[in-house]
Design a protein around this ligand. Structure first.
Ligand code: ADP
Ligand code: MG
Length: 294
């Protein structure tokens, strides 16, 4: 590899919004055999909007939403944004209750005290670990998830209090980008902390048939390692704090530039556009650069 051709290649890539952190990545990206995509904010727009509020009586829809939003106000998760935005909109100027002792449990959900009551917001696993029984809520949740929505369960003082669902949309270009990679002979996998049903619904829309769901943040890196042990050269594409370990573990980490700084720091390449076509572009540019090197 001549320094001149690497420099020219890096410059050309930069014009397309593909920033290689070093020449070595422009050289190695051509060898990628498997691309692992994070779901939220990577395959999808990552801007979920609230779709359903289902309170468990005697709680009302508005008090469930307001109390949950009070907790989520302290979270930076895109799911939290959807809840807070809608709650503020519906509250018509009435301030949200105050939440104390907020804690984030990555991959599970959040907790805090609101108006003297202990709130839990998150996954089935979060509820079962705290001994919260769901009863018939399971079926409501399954239905929402089959539609590709993410449903979050809420418990107040250890009792099931309702659920709130949000829907994220896939990026217009995700399906096309996935197709290009497949045509290049590259395996495509989607990985997410979200539940299996929602993940499957989103993956189908994007044309991805290999899905790993309900993976905790540290588990994402482990899945990348498994693929590497199977002899594959793996690229990981993600945007979130919880993708950082996997981005660092992968042979090539690609951060979606519309995401978090933590992801960009952990990655080898930053994709300035949210469009996943940049992944195929990066591989094509690397292949071309290496072919030009005599
Ligand atoms: P992803 O891989 O899609 O970014 P995460 O690993 O961040 O997902 O989260 C996995 C699951 O944990 C979410 O689908 C949600 O059910 C729950 N969760 C995470 N953060 C929150 C939050 N702030 N409020 C409620 N639920 C949350
Ligand atoms: Mg994400």
């Amino acid at each position: 590899a001549t320094p001149t051709s690497i420099m020219a290649g890096s410059g050309r890539a930069a014009e397309f919004g593909i920033l290689f952190k070093g020449g070595e990545y422009l050289e190695s990206t051509q060898g990628v055999e498997v691309v692992v995509f994070d779901k939220t904010g990577t395959v999808t727009n990552g801007k979920p909007v609230l779709t359903d509020v289902i309170p468990n009586a005697p709680l009302t829809e508005s008090s469930l939403l307001r109390m949950t939003a009070a907790v989520e106000k302290h979270s930076e998760h895109p799911l939290a944004d959807a809840i807070v935005t809608e709650a503020i909109e519906r509250s018509k100027g009435l301030p949200l209750p105050i939440a104390k002792e907020f804690a984030n449990m990555p991959g599970y959900g959040v907790t805090a005290w609101v108006e003297g009551r202990k709130m839990l917001v998150g996954t089935r696993r979060l509820m079962s670990e705290h001994g919260v029984t769901l009863g018939s809520a399971h079926e409501d949740m399954n239905k929402l998830e089959a539609m590709g929505k993410t449903a979050m369960l809420i418990a107040v003082d250890g009792k099931y209090a309702g659920m709130i669902a949000v829907a994220d949309t896939i990026k217009e270009t995700s399906k096309e980008a996935v197709n290009r990679l497949k045509e290049m002979g590259i395996d495509v996998i989607m990985i997410t902390g979200d539940n299996k049903r929602t993940a499957a619904a989103i993956a189908t829309q994007a044309g991805i048939s290999n899905v790993l769901a309900e993976i905790l943040p540290e588990g994402k890196a482990e899945e990348v390692r498994k693929l590497q042990h199977a002899g594959k050269v793996v690229a990981m594409v993600g945007d979130g704090i919880n993708d950082a370990p996997a981005l660092a573990t992968a042979d090539i980490g690609m951060a979606v530039g519309t995401g978090t700084d933590v992801a960009m720091e952990a990655a080898d390449i930053t994709l300035m556009r949210g469009d996943l076509n940049a992944v195929a572009d990066a591989i094509v540019m690397s292949r071309r650069t290496m072919r030009n090197i005599k």
